[in-house]
Ligand binder design. Structure first.
Ligand SMILES: [Zn+2]
Length: 477
């Protein structure tokens, strides 16, 4: 990085080390002979190293083969020809949109939203579960181990949608950061969504509290956490934004929304509120270390300073920003200012690929288009996809880097196949080359992907379910 700010990559997390001893007989996995990129605060990498996992946590990481005493009775994975990284963390998605891919292909955000609201307003818990399973299967197959989701459409009588997301995450075996989103500003009140797509302010607040009370697990080992996430300044009233912030802080959970995505949003906020989206959100209590914003494409220097000063995190979604021609986020400037930036695929209706691993390369390429060839390295991309994402979600003590005491979420990527053999640097193979096949992916020590395939669920079954659910939803229009 160039610039004089504090590079957030060098701020090491302190792993939880108390009360983490594994139960006697906990399963042990030894991964050795691979190139280990730990993504710790010092950027430690071992050209030939090992990671030992016991139970849900990492027991040891280091250079050379694993100590003989730790190999005894363990499941040994020979990672020769492989890159070992922390599991990738997705900080922004709309999983239900897996069922609405390929629509409004040539539209900008506001037109794309307007085209899709009627379809999305016919979603229910059953369809959401099917779409989410498809989206999370593809995320897992692209190296993702923690899935952040933002669901903000809750039609009347649609059932327990957050519950369906939790169930789908359990089926695939990924960690879930669900957010209970909301919209209460319909077109008749000056908002973008049609009135039939929004809830009342009070209904949104009540349901948000219920979702947190029912599904949020505050423990360091949590597989499911819940945050509160009114959708955007142009679909939510000031009251709901303000009250959501109060509620989240009362409940001790995080806050998430879309911010500064397009020039049209800037114009909307200037006309309606007389200020920028950043100033508007800050006035409603929405900047802080417990908040992360999706996109942040159109932040000026003073807005970046406010993000840095308040510890507000950013979910950078380069493919979606390209699909909707929203612009290129100032990632170099954000990182230079010390802002925590994670990566997100965003909803599948604006990123039909839905592969998180691909976003590492997209973030590097788009960052360079905006700020120059030396502005963003592949290691910045990997950091955003792992440790940066963990910071954005408030999980940096447990997730995002490979170190003793951290949760055992990691990926073993094969980089000696025909796509990657001979690439000088294994991290560049991941960050600039084709998305490598996955030899093994662990979530809390449990294998979810092995030899390139999901092991927790049948991919063909999920694919059929997605096709049927997409058709069923389209027929409801
Ligand atoms: Zn989004």
């Amino acid at each position: 990085m160039t610039g004089s700010g504090t590079d957030p990559r060098t701020t090491a997390a302190t792993p939880h080390k108390t009360a983490r001893t594994s139960a006697p007989g906990a399963r042990r996995t030894v991964i050795e002979n691979g190139y280990v990129a730990t993504v710790d605060g010092a950027g430690t990498e071992h050209a030939r190293g090992h990671v030992v996992v016991e139970g849900a946590r990492i027991l040891a990481v280091g250079a050379g083969p694993a100590p003989a005493a730790l190999r005894e009775g363990a499941d040994v994975v020979d990672a020769t020809g492989c890159l070992v990284t922390p599991g990738l963390i997705n900080t922004h998605h709309h999983l239900y949109q897996w069922l609405t891919r390929g629509y409004a292909q040539d539209s900008i955000l506001f037109d794309w939203l307007t085209a899709l609201y009627p379809l999305w307003s016919r979603i229910d818990a059953g369809l959401t579960g099917s779409g989410a399973a498809g989206a999370m299967a593809v995320l897992a197959r692209s190296g993702c181990t923690t899935v952040g989701d933002h669901h903000y459409i809750f039609p009347r009588g649609s059932g327990d949608i957050v519950g369906a997301l939790v169930e789908a995450a359990g089926r695939i075996g990924v960690r879930l950061h669900a957010t209970r989103g909301s919209m209460d500003l319909g077109a008749s009140q000056g908002g973008l969504p049609p009135d039939f797509a929004v809830e009342t302010t009070q209904a949104a607040l009540t349901a948000s509290q219920e979702a947190v009370e029912r599904y949020h697990d505050p423990s360091p080992d949590a597989l499911v956490q819940v945050a509160i996430a009114p959708c955007s300044p142009f679909s939510v009233t000031a009251d709901l934004l303000r009250e959501s912030a109060v509620l989240a802080r009362d409940l001790g959970v995080r806050l998430h929304t879309h911010a500064s995505e397009t020039v049209e949003e800037d114009a909307y906020c200037a006309e309606r509120f007389g200020k920028s989206p950043t100033a508007y959100l800050e006035d409603l209590g929405w900047l802080g270390p417990d908040v992360w914003m999706a996109h942040c494409v159109h932040l000026d220097e003073s807005a970046i300073r406010r993000y840095a000063a308040t510890g507000t995190g950013v979910a950078h979604c380069p493919s979606s920003n390209g699909r909707l021609a929203a612009g290129i986020a100032p990632v170099h400037d954000l990182l230079t200012a010390g802002v925590a930036v994670g990566l997100g695929v965003d909803g599948a209706a604006s990123n039909e690929s839905g592969q998180l691993g691909v976003e590492i390369r997209e973030s590097v390429l788009m960052g360079r288009l905006r700020s120059g060839a030396d502005s963003l390295s592949v290691r910045h991309g990997l950091w955003m996809a792992t440790a940066g994402g963990a910071r954005v979600l408030g999980r940096e003590a447990d997730l995002g880097s490979l170190a003793a005491g951290m949760l055992a979420d990691l990926v073993v990527w094969r980089v000696d196949g025909v796509e990657h053999a001979g690439i000088l640097d294994p991290v560049a193979a991941l960050g600039l080359g084709a998305l490598p096949p996955i030899v093994r992916s662990l979530v809390g020590g449990r294998t979810i992907v092995a030899d390139g395939a999901l092991v927790t669920a049948e991919e063909a079954v999920i694919a059929r379910e997605v096709a049927a659910a997409s058709r069923a939803l389209a027929e409801r229009l």
